[in-house]
Design a protein around this ligand. Structure first.
Ligand code: PLP
Length: 425
């Protein structure tokens, strides 16, 4: 059933380390080898062996309107005919920036880059320059891209591969990254007490996706805001995953907490490689050429990415978009819960809008990386492979969030629940 995929994986293994261009694609933690795809449409993926899947990865988030949305494709085609890259100023970057600043009023000024990693990297430099402090506090199990400073206790990809830290990151640099457990304000406060004048910023996924889906407990994000105010540090929300997913204005809107700086990626490019960072004008004006903090990009603000992003961000503003995601998210969540009860499989399901994780654990609450890690990853691997066989494509790791789109409807949810019911795991 996967013979062509296997053949292609043999070829790609000779060309790419581990056969892939991003580690989690290798399916290592679920003990199988990757599927090669040839087509995607709506809620579905099609592989090279002719199998069809309902997609719960959505290219790791960007495809919130489903694959191949006609308006997105049309916009890309029209702009491609006029120019694929100018490497210079054009109007499409203004269009996208205007939409972003409208949807996220905390972003007064921004800069486009080409990935989430790049956005996080730039924002770390900016926070250090603005506060004249060297340290960054992050949370155990949060991922902020593969930049050296953030490859400390970095969640999913790294956890799945059992690489607690990456070789090649100088310890002198890693020492500048402090870590605390998500949802633990006391640990955060303690870090600041021990380093009152040297922490530039708290960097956080306001809803975590990279330990699986973890929600902020009541008062956690507000608590971070207060601690930052008290110690003169910046609060940075990494909304690369949550931006435009958990609400039209991201987690900062959903939980009503204002960060100083925000990083974006994934949905902001509608499936093309776009990232962005932005926030208070006073801070952003430190970026070159208006200020001394250097950051640049040959292809940044690429016209194709800008229109794919702008079209997607116009689609999410349609009436009822998030209400629908919530509705189907709830159907999926309650459906899975009931099946697991019937099957007597202990699970904890965390969900925030169209972002969900099923943790195979008997912990009643999964609220940080240590509790997520109590999950039975062997059972997850069985579950994953059984569902794959039955045409359901989940993220290939216990520690990733499932994503669905506005195009996943009753039919897809029912098929998914039926497949889970029929599966042995
Ligand atoms: C995906 C992700 C990143 C990295 O973005 P890339 O585009 O993969 O470089 C950073 N932060 C969060 C929260 C992410 O989910």
């Amino acid at each position: 059933m996967y013979s062509k995929s296997k053949e292609l994986f043999n070829k790609s293994s000779k060309l790419f380390p581990g056969g892939v261009n991003s580690p989690v694609r290798a399916f290592k933690s679920v003990g199988s080898s990757p599927i090669f795809f040839k087509k995607s449409q709506g809620a579905y993926l099609y592989d090279v062996d002719g199998n069809e899947y309902i997609d719960y990865v959505g290219s790791w988030g960007p495809m919130i309107c489903g694959h191949g949305h006609s308006k997105v494709i049309e916009a890309i085609q029209q702009v491609a005919e006029k120019g694929i890259s100018f490497g210079a100023c054009h109007e499409y970057e203004i269009h996208l920036a205007e939409i972003i600043t409208k949807l996220m009023p905390n972003i007064e000024m921004l800069r486009f880059v080409n990935s989430g990693t790049e956005a996080c990297m730039a924002v770390a430099r900016l926070a250090r320059a603005y506060t004249k402090r060297p340290k960054i506090l992050k949370f155990n199990g949060c991922y902020h891209g593969h930049f050296d400073s953030f490859l400390v206790q970095a969640g999913s990809g790294v956890a799945t591969m059992s690489l607690p830290d990456s070789p090649g990151v100088p310890s002198e640099l890693a020492e500048l990254t402090l870590t605390a457990n998500y949802n633990n304000l006391e640990e955060v406060e303690k870090c600041f007490e021990q380093n009152p004048n040297s922490i530039a910023a708290i960097m956080v996924e306001p809803v975590v996706g990279n330990s699986g889906c973890l929600l902020p407990q009541n008062g956690f994000l507000e608590g971070l805001r207060n601690i930052c105010n008290k110690y003169g540090a910046l609060l940075i929300f990494d909304e690369v995953m949550t931006g435009f997913r958990v609400a039209k204005g991201g987690a900062q809107e959903r939980f009503n907490v204002s960060p100083d700086l925000t990083t974006l990626g994934k949905i902001v490019g509608g499936g093309l490689p776009v990232g962005a960072y932005g926030g208070k004008k006073e801070i952003m004006e430190m970026i070159a050429p208006s200020g001394p903090v250097y950051q640049a990009g040959t292809l940044s603000g690429n016209p194709l990415g800008m229109v794919a992003g702008a079209t997607t961000l116009n689609l999410i503003q349609e009436e009822g978009f998030y209400e629908n995601l919530e509705l189907y998210g709830e159907k999926l969540e309650t459906g899975i819960k009931q099946i697991m009860i019937d099957k007597e499989v202990p699970v904890t399901i965390n969900r925030c809008g169209a972002m969900l994780s099923v943790f195979f654990t008997d912990q009643k609450e999964v609220y940080n990386f240590p509790t997520a890690k109590t999950s039975d990853t062997n059972r997850f691997a069985k579950f994953f492979n059984e569902l794959l066989k039955n045409g359901i494509y989940l993220p290939p790791s216990q520690f990733e969030a499932w994503f669905f789109s506005s195009i996943h409807s009753k039919n897809e949810i029912e098929k998914t629940l039926n497949a889970i019911e029929a599966a042995q795991f």
